[in-house]
Design a protein around this ligand. Structure first.
Ligand code: NDP
Length: 338
C-alpha cells in the first residue's frame, strides 16, 4: 500500500519534504465486526486548508492537524472493497475523507457521500460535485445574499471554488469580475468561464486603482479567497450594504505573522456585512445543490477545469503548488482509474 506520509509540523512556506512517499507492507483488512469500510482510492483532492493542518492546531470544531508519521488525510473519491456499514456495499463509489494512499480504512463512513451519478467525470467529486462545489454554492447563495444585477468580485477566481462562484453568479444575472495570478488564468476567466472581466493581480501595482477601473460604482459582493492586500483594497471599493463572504485567505496561510488589515472601518461606514463560513455547516444542502448543478453540467451551462497530477509520487508537489499558483483549475491527484 503506497502512502504519502506527513513527516512533521511546518512553519512558513511548506516544502515537498514535509511529506514522504513510502510503501507500507502492512496488509489492510477490515477488522472483524467493524462498521467501517475498506476502500480503493481513485482520486485525491489537494485543498488549501490542508496547509492549516500541517501546523499544530487547536481550533475547536475545525479539522485536526495531520499526525506526524501517518498518511495525509483529505477528501477523495474511492471504491468500496469491503463494507461493515449498512449505507455502503462492495462496489459502491463514494466521496469523503480518506487517506493519501492506495487503500484506506474509513472509520466514519457516515460522513461520506455515496456517488449516485456516474455520467460525469468521477474526478468532479473532488471539485465541482464535492467540497469545493458546495463551498461555492453555499458561499454565494447562502452567505452573499445575491440580487440580480449586482456587481461581484472574486479573488483566486480560476481555482476550484472561484471558477464556480463566477459561473453561478453569471447564471444568476450578476456582473462578475475575477482576479488571478497569470495571463493563462485570466484568459480562462474571460473566455471559458464567461466572466465579464478579469485581471492579473500580480501586474497591478495599485489594487485599489485596478478595482476602481472594473467597478467604477463599487462592489456589491466580494467572494474572499485570498485576504491581505486584496482585502484591504476591496474594503475601499465596497458599495453601501455590500456583502463579503470570507471563504479563505490563502495569502496568509504561510506567514508566521499575518498581515494587518487597515481599512476595516469601511465595514461600518458602508454598512457592509462580512461573514466567515465553513462548508461543513452546509452539507445538508448537498441534494439541493446536485439538483441544481447536474442539469447545468449536462446542458453545458457550467464547465469545470481540472489540473490532474498522476500518481501518489506527484501528490506532495501538487499540494505545495497551490501556494505558488502552480495549479490551473482544481488540483486533483489520480491514484487509480479503475
Ligand atoms: P485554488 O484552486 O484557487 O488554489 C489556490 C490558488 O490560490 C492558487 O492557484 C493561486 O492562484 C492562489 N494563491 C496562492 N497563493 C496566493 C497568494 N499568496 N496571494 C493570492 N493568491 C494566492 O484553491 P480553492 O479554490 O480550493 O480554494 C480557494 C480558497 O477557498 C482558499 O482560500 C481556501 O482556503 C478556501 N476554502 C474555504 C472553504 C470554507 O469552507 N470556508 C472550503 C474550501 C476552500 P493565483 O495564480 O490566481 O494566485
Amino acid at each position: 500500500n503506497k502512502q504519502v506520509i506527513f513527516r512533521d509540523y511546518v512553519s512558513g512556506f511548506p516544502k515537498e519534504s514535509a511529506m514522504e512517499v513510502r510503501e507500507s507492507t502492512m496488509k489492510l483488512r477490515l477488522p472483524e465486526g467493524s462498521n467501517g469500510l475498506l476502500v480503493k482510492n481513485l482520486y485525491l483532492s489537494c485543498d488549501p486548508y490542508m496547509r492549516t493542518r500541517m501546523a499544530k492546531l487547536d481550533v475547536p470544531g475545525y479539522v485536526d492537524s495531520f499526525k506526524p508519521g501517518s498518511p495525509i488525510t483529505g477528501y477523495g473519491v474511492a471504491r468500496v472493497l469491503e463494507s461493515g456499514h449498512p449505507n455502503f456495499k462492495k462496489g459502491d463509489l463514494l466521496w469523503g475523507f480518506t487517506g493519501w494512499e492506495e487503500y484506506s480504512l474509513i472509520t466514519a463512513p457516515e460522513t461520506c457521500f455515496k456517488i449516485e451519478h456516474t455520467d460525469v467525470p468521477l474526478s468532479y467529486y473532488t471539485g465541482l460535485l464535492g467540497m469545493p462545489g458546495m463551498t461555492a454554492y453555499a458561499g454565494f447563495f447562502e452567505v452573499c445574499s445575491p440580487k440580480k444585477g449586482e456587481t461581484v468580485f472574486i479573488s483566486a477566481a480560476s481555482g476550484a471554488v472561484g471558477q464556480l462562484v463566477g459561473q453561478f453568479a453569471k447564471l444568476f444575472g450578476c456582473y462578475v469580475v475575477g482576479s488571478a495570478g497569470s495571463k493563462e488564468k485570466v484568459d480562462l476567466l474571460k473566455n471559458k468561464f464567461g466572466f465579464d472581466d478579469a485581471f492579473n493581480y500580480k501586474e497591478e501595482l495599485d489594487l485599489d486603482a485596478a478595482l476602481k477601473r472594473y467597478f467604477p460604482e463599487g462592489i456589491d459582493i466580494y467572494f474572499e479567497n485570498v485576504g491581505g492586500k486584496m482585502l484591504d483594497a476591496v474594503l475601499l471599493n465596497m458599495k453601501i450594504h455590500g456583502r463579503i463572504a470570507a471563504c479563505g485567505m490563502i495569502s496568509q496561510y504561510n506567514l508566521e505573522q499575518p498581515e494587518g488589515v487597515h481599512n476595516l472601518m469601511n465595514l461600518i461606514l458602508k454598512q457592509v456585512r462580512m461573514e466567515g463560513f465553513l462548508v461543513f455547516d452546509y452539507y445538508h444542502l448537498y441534494p439541493k445543490f446536485l439538483e441544481m448543478v447536474l442539469p447545468q453540467i449536462k446542458e453545458g451551462k457550467i464547465v469545470y477545469v481540472e489540473d490532474i497530477a498522476k500518481g501518489l509520487e506527484d501528490a506532495p508537489a501538487a499540494l505545495i503548488g497551490l501556494f505558488s499558483g502552480h495549479n490551473v483549475g482544481k488540483q486533483v491527484v489520480v491514484v487509480s482509474q479503475e
